[in-house]
Write a protein of this length. Sequence first.
Length: 210
Amino acid sequence: MAEAAAKEHFPRWKRAFDVLAIFASLPVVVPVALLVALLVRINLGSPVLFAQVRPGLGGRPFRMVKFRSMLEPRPGEPRLPDVQRLTEFGRFLRSSSLDELPELWNVLRGEMSLVGPRPLLMDYLLLYDSHQMRRHEVPPGITGWAQVNGRNALSWGQKFDYDVWYVDNQSMLLDLKILSMTVFKVVKRDGISAAGDATMPPFTGNSEGR
């Protein structure tokens, strides 16, 4: 897959901020992550983790890791649509964003940031126009400006516009604001999915972008 033709804006403070914030949160994060892993094993079986290649800074691919939230088909069974594979337990993981906890490992590896545009599918790189491609000028994030302004209830065009706005306005104060807003959004469980989808309908091209 070709890399995105994008500039890269990764200020030095951002990496230091991410690492310090993660290490400060470890006494809380580690017990919660272990408990979630156990519950995933009990409710969904193994594997506990789900990994998928996503585009990172500059469109470069990396393996994003999450807790699994969907049922896997048994050998010989057809693969059901995502909305049918998502159990009540899986919905809880997603609505609480607990499925995102393993992405802290991606942040420590420098593949993601705490705040930035959410990493989408590699296939979408070929569909972006120059405006949409700008979302890859910064590292992808666990949460972002689009997530606290509607998440999956937004249209694709709105989501891309919020992502690019963040690229042009990123700062430590903005990241702190987004992180604090994320806590509020998670508690309210706003914008978890678009109507009729487990998350959002697939992005199919620039006609949806703006």
